[in-house]
Design a protein around this ligand. Structure first.
Ligand SMILES: [Zn+2]
Length: 307
């Protein structure tokens, strides 16, 4: 079996391809060197645990050297594997947003909400969600700093995609690790896919978070789906435009019919999906339609419209 890809990002920073759904280039984790040991950003879901462990080993990093594991947010494709991975990296502190740590220690609500959205497919896609050991969890809220070799990692609160979303600015690489807060842009594509799922999407916060990331003046933007974007900070601006376009298409559709299936079909149509539609493997039209519809409903955008 071929090992997962490990890509060099510069300054000793590495990307590990987690081979989600046995497919390259969908879900990434990142290894950042600390003065002693390593930080891992994102674990992926439990179903990617083997690929992650093999990738870390292939990078020449021993399990004991991983001292910090940080997740951008608690959606299962980013952090579902945290509890399972914690066993494999016994010395690591586990960091997540303060609004998320409770759900990682007791994932019952996370699992229930994933099953509500994804149905039967949830368990197959993500595998079992193991509770993360509470004594090892650390709550972040933005503003914290972790030392890195050749720089530091600054924690940024970047709500919008989810209220518990964090991004990380690596001053050594001048890279912002954006999780899902700057969208989905797969290798070989030049079209960024809005990542706008339920339940707590907030577009004003999302745009504010793009601005907060832009203020770090990054040279690189690193997406969890997937890797460095082609134009760095400029892609943060491009992403705002892409989200605004989807918002407008979805709002017009929702005012005709406040139905997620209908809104999803209008988004897919306006998007003229690429052959194979790979971005939908991590961020589908259905989920986006549900996220936007719920946002419009809770922000009074559909007042007076028929449903
Ligand atoms: Zn997410």
């Amino acid at each position: 079996m071929a090992g997962p890809r490990v890509l060099e990002l510069g300054e000793g920073r590495l990307l590990v391809d987690l081979d989600f759904r046995d497919t390259e280039g969908l879900v990434a984790a990142f290894l950042l060197p600390e003065p002693e040991g390593w930080a891992l950003v994102e674990t992926g879901p439990t179903s990617c645990r083997e690929a992650l462990c093999r990738g870390v080993a292939a990078a020449g990093v021993s399990a004991e050297e991983v001292r910090d594991i940080l997740v951008t947010h608690i959606h299962l494709d980013h952090a579902g594997g945290l509890g399972a991975v914690a066993e494999a990296f016994p010395n690591a502190r586990l960091h997540a947003h303060e609004l998320g740590v409770g759900h990682l220690a007791d994932p019952s609500r996370l699992v229930a909400s994933a099953r509500r959205v994804w149905g039967e497919a949830a368990d197959r896609l993500w595998g079992p969600v193991v509770p993360a050991p509470p004594a090892r969890l650390r709550a972040l809220r933005g503003g914290e700093v972790l030392p890195l070799r050749g720089g530091e990692l600054r924690v940024l609160a970047t709500p919008g995609h989810a209220k518990h979303h964090l991004s990380f600015f690596d001053t050594g690489l001048r890279a912002v690790l954006a999780g899902d807060s700057a969208g989905v842009l797969l290798e070989g594509s030049n079209r960024v896919r809005p990542a706008v799922p339920p339940p707590d999407l907030d577009l004003d916060q999302l745009f504010g978070s793009l601005e907060a990331m832009r203020r770090t003046e990054p040279r690189l933007v690193l997406l969890s789906h997937f890797g460095p974007t082609p134009n760095g900070a400029e892609d943060l601006r491009t992403y705002r435009t892409a989200v605004e376009r989807w918002r407008d298409v979805a709002l017009a559709a929702a005012r005709e019919r406040a139905d997620a299936g209908y809104v999803a079909a209008r988004l897919a149509e306006a998007d003229a999906a690429e052959p194979g539609d790979r971005p939908s493997l991590v961020s589908g039209y259905d989920l986006a339609a549900q996220g936007l519809l719920r946002y419009f409903q809770t922000h009074g955008e559909l007042a007076g419209a028929s449903s």
